[in-house]
Write a protein that binds this ligand. Structure first.
Ligand code: SF4
Length: 148
């Protein structure tokens, strides 16, 4: 079973109420079993919602309590991001997912890069909070960009 970011399959759970529908992901999954999750919704956030970024470092540091996630109104949403990651992990374990395909660049789902915390559109190498927690628990995490 593969865990997949819901927005990649056309579900309108993105912060702005839109989605990130991706044909490559759809094609890849057509003969496989998968389950979709949106960690930010699972963390109790509404859609639409304010965009958020990890202030410093990345999702690993969030899990270790070394940094925070804030939204663009400067509200601390760290707890919700951690909660969402825990819920996504619970579902992954429940369905015995060994692999996840998560949306690149997201503060929850990014697996190679994230935004740098300045809300200026600049990306840095790093992982989102959910991607970090899944990896810490032995689940392979790739992004839609890693599919050939
Ligand atoms: Fe997509 Fe993940 Fe953001 Fe939800 S949290 S909208 S699944 S990138």
């Amino acid at each position: 079973m593969i865990l997949v970011s819901a927005c990649l399959l056309g579900i309108n759970c993105k912060y702005n109420g839109d989605n990130n529908k991706n044909d490559k992901v759809e094609e890849y999954l057509k003969d496989k079993q998968f389950i979709v999750v949106c960690p930010e919704q699972l963390g109790g956030m509404s859609t639409p919602r304010e965009p958020s970024e990890i202030i410093k470092f990345d999702g690993n540091a969030v899990i270790e309590g070394k940094t925070s996630v804030i939204n663009n109104k400067r509200l601390d949403v760290t707890k919700k991001f951690k909660q969402g990651a825990q819920e996504a992990l619970k579902i992954a374990n429940l369905y015995d997912c060994k692999k996840a395909i998560l949306k690149e660049g997201s503060p929850s789902c990014g697996s190679n890069c994230i935004y740098d915390g300045t809300f200026t559109g600049k990306k840095i190498p790093g992982v989102g909070v959910t991607a970090a927690l899944l990896r810490k628990n032995g689940i392979e995490v790739i992004s839609e960009k890693d599919l050939i």
